[in-house]
Design a protein around this ligand. Structure first.
Ligand code: ACO
Length: 428
């Protein structure tokens, strides 16, 4: 039996039901509070508001725990592959060898994109940020596959939409880059694994022999796993809320890509490298930048630091920091910004301002350094994040649809003018 929470407003007491998640987290259900009392709850930024019940990802920000469908991110990053984790997120269980093989081969079958995608791409100037191009290409799928517009079609048809987007996303991402640098696009190679195929489309050129470095492909695969899902963050909540209006999967995913773009979310990986570069150019004085970050009159923030839910450490950041060291060593890359990053981290972790506010490096603090070592240009970092987050968004959209969740529609506390009469323009 769940406990009852009591809320006192004035001299009236209201009883509110509670519910407990499978990891014993307690929630007070305020769904009927307004009907009972006329009051709503207010929580800007949803800092303490659960928007859904979800069985996909569990995270405990105080303990630094992240698990997908019960499996720890540490184990998945070490032992699994990105497509295996994608399957786990979307279907709820790890695949058998046959299931994984089928999943991979279906994805391989759908990698090629419609030839007219090149015409859309041609319409973008080279100055287009690849995130904008990516979100447009994802929405454009509603035109090529109009049946995908209806999310209520059979689960088989929904699955086809899902497979298509997982298969085509690396092509869209790599082609967005080719558009930016003015090179002809490279077609997908279904004989290659998911990450190798992407790397080939990014870096091969017509007439050139391009061999994918397995160290690079493996490192990329791990990075994608680390980004695969993160429960109800800004972009995932966007995907769910857009999907709750029964907009199509592709429209919902495209909205998620745009939400991810901002520097306070997925755009932080680009912002981190730009910040580290700026510190390097400025003589490497990390103290100066720490002081700026602490100065409330200065809008500067230490990018890659702090997290809405992790208040102890971000387990993904730990894995990435180790991976950054290993990858740079294996590839023989000596990146001076890695040293600046480590120096900043050490100082911040011992600084009262950061300690008091529980600000730790997040997943994006070191990911940019690895991307750079892999040859990925800075403006593509957030695209890489989107590529990784795709299965999470899909799994969350699918769960929302299957649970028949209502349309997302928060309330507000109105703070504007009260009723007044219209004044004719001559009298204003
Ligand atoms: N540098 C300096 N101060 C910071 C930072 C930072 N990176 N992050 C938070 N703070 C301070 C705030 O100024 C605030 O201080 P105050 O209490 O004195 O006013 C306090 O810490 C709490 O910060 P909030 O902004 O209220 O925390 P919130 O949970 O809303 O924000 C966020 C979390 C957006 C991640 C924030 O820490 C931030 O802007 N970090 C930098 C951007 C970044 O790295 N984003 C990536 C997040 S991970 C991801 O999306 C994958």
């Amino acid at each position: 039996m769940s406990e009852i929470a009591e809320l006192k407003i004035g001299d009236k007491t209201y009883e509110l039901p509670t519910e407990v998640g499978s990891e014993k987290e307690l929630a007070i259900n305020v769904g009927k509070l307004r009907a009972q009392s006329g009051a709503i709850t207010i929580d800007p930024g949803f800092k303490n508001t659960g928007s859904t019940r979800s069985a996909i990802t569990f995270l405990d920000g105080e303990q630094g725990i992240l698990r997908h469908r019960g499996y720890s991110i540490e184990e998945l990053a070490e032992k699994s592959s990105f497509l295996e984790v994608s399957y786990l997120l979307i279907f709820g269980e790890l695949p058998t060898a046959t299931q994984l093989e089928e999943f991979q081969s279906e994805i391989a079958d759908h990698m090629l994109v419609h030839e007219d995608i090149k015409k859309i791409l041609d319409g973008f100037p080279a100055s287009a940020h690849p995130m904008g191009v990516l979100s447009s290409l994802v929405t454009s799928q509603t035109a090529f596959y109009p049946e995908s517009l209806d999310p209520n079609r059979s689960s088989k048809e929904v699955m086809l939409s899902i497979i298509r987007i997982i298969a085509k996303m690396p092509t869209f991402a790599a082609w967005a880059y080719k558009n930016e640098i003015g090179q002809p696009v490279i077609y997908p190679d279904s004989n290659l694994d998911y990450c190798s195929n992407f790397l080939k489309m990014m870096f091969a050129r017509p007439g050139m022999n391009y061999e994918v470095d397995p160290v690079v492909a493996k490192a990329l695969d791990t990075l994608l796993i680390l980004h695969a899902d993160h429960e109800q963050n800004c972009s995932t909540s966007t995907v769910r809320i857009v999907g709750s209006s029964q907009a199509s999967l592709y429209a919902s995913l495209s909205a998620g890509i745009n939400a991810l773009w901002g520097p306070l979310h997925g755009g932080a990986n680009q912002a981190v490298i730009e910040m580290l570069e700026a510190i390097k150019e400025d003589g490497g004085d990390t103290d100066k930048y720490l002081a700026k970050a602490k100065d409330k009159n200065d809008p500067f923030r230490l990018m890659g630091f702090g997290h809405r839910v992790y208040k102890n450490f971000d387990p993904r950041a730990r894995i990435i920091k180790k991976a950054a060291d290993e990858v740079l060593e294996k590839l023989g890359v000596n990146d001076p910004v890695l040293e600046i990053a480590k120096g900043l981290e050490e100082k911040a972790l011992n600084d009262e301002y950061f300690v008091q506010r529980s600000l730790y490096p997040n997943v994006d603090f070191y990911s940019g350094i690895i991307y750079r070592a892999l040859g990925i240009p800075t403006e593509m970092f957030t695209v890489m994040f989107a590529l990784g987050r795709l299965p999470g968004w899909i799994a969350q959209w699918k769960e929302m649809r299957e649970n028949g969740e209502p349309i997302g529609r928060p309330r507000q506390v109105y703070t504007g003018a009260t009723s007044r009469s219209y004044v004719d323009i001559s009298g204003r």
